[in-house]
Design a binder for this molecule. Sequence first.
Ligand SMILES: [Fe+2]
Length: 193
Amino acid sequence: MSILDKVVAAVAPPESDEARAEARAKAQSAASAGDWLSMVLEHHRQIEDAFRAVKAATSAAARVSAQKELAVLLTGHSIAEEAVLYPALVAADEKAHATKAYTEQSAAKTQMGLLETIPPMTQDYLDKLEHIRGAVAHHVYEEEGTWFLELKEKVASAEQTRLSKRYEEEFSRYVGESSTKRPKALRSGRSLR
Ligand SMILES: [Fe+2]
């Protein structure tokens, strides 16, 4: 089993729902309005909603459409983190955490690509979707509970401002709209929140 396979091998994240809620609350209290961390937390919530929408779809067409929305959001968010926030982790002497973050997101991208090749209304599809959802949930927990708190603590205020601008720029470049608003891919008339 390759490293990329191992990252998504466990169905359920190892931490409890309570631990994840606690990490999110802590990260939320470290964030301020409009900063990179508040944008990241909003995108994490949107990603969770998008996973739920894929699972809940009742036809193949609806599921494929929901999967595309999830993929746009996941890719736009991960590109912004990989271009802006993980380099900042390296600069803050957290290279091991940055390496783990890049590896986990590569695994998620790989598995999302493979998901497209599975018939959408099958159990195999739902099993892979759940593997990816669990791996992403664990990754989000690591970001919110540890890695991004390190960035908030270690990075000077002027650099925090630059990170916020750059995160928004990279996310918008992919998703096509300011990250403070609902991403274009999710503006299909139905509410995912
Ligand atoms: Fe993230």
